[in-house]
Design a protein around this ligand. Structure first.
Ligand code: FES
Length: 168
């Protein structure tokens, strides 16, 4: 990617914001994760290959390093997502406590055909994710950054119904 294209994706306003953000850290690269959050917000919920490359250039890292960090965390997305993101844990504790039924219920209530997909109205994306560290309160999902734990199918349906039309 040329520097000109990188400047297109990383607008001067966003670049200035990231520079200010990085000034709060002892090393510029330590601001990578908050910078990815900010860029994801700017792009409407996902990180494009172009923005990841621009971030690599900004932080003087290899693109693969930036992608490696972003792909480690389930809160970063690499394709467009719905206005609300429902990340359902499917690892052992959650699996034993009904994660598969929970995923099915989340898809049914949101209109997503399957995990990994976005509802036709663009409101919801349901994702299957790895352990979120709240195994003791399995099963769980993360809705737009808020954990909901010890879920029954009725709880899940109510929470997702309430999210319809609500601000993400
Ligand atoms: S297994 Fe689901 S939170 Fe740990």
């Amino acid at each position: 990617m040329t520097n000109e294209t990188q400047q297109d994706v990383l607008t001067s306003e966003l670049r200035a914001e990231l520079t200010e953000l990085a000034s709060h850290y002892p090393k510029k690269r330590a601001a990578l994760i908050p910078a990815m959050h900010r860029c994801q917000e700017e792009l409407g919920g996902w990180l494009s290959p172009e923005i990841l490359e621009a971030l690599a250039e900004f932080f003087e890292l290899e693109p693969v390093e930036v992608f490696g960090v972003a792909s480690f965390y389930p809160m970063f997305h690499f394709k467009p997502v719905g206005r609300h993101v429902v990340s359902v844990c499917h690892n052992l504790a959650c699996h034993l406590r009904g994660a598969e039924e929970l995923i099915e219920k989340a898809c049914e209530v949101t209109g997503c055909k399957a995990p990994g997909q976005t509802s036709p109205d663009g409101e919801f994306t349901v994702l299957r994710v790895e352990c979120q560290g709240t195994c003791v309160n399995a099963p769980m999902f993360d809705l737009d950054g808020t954990f909901h734990e010890n879920l029954t199918l009725d709880d899940a349906a109510r929470i997702l119904e309430n999210a319809k039309g609500a601000k993400a």
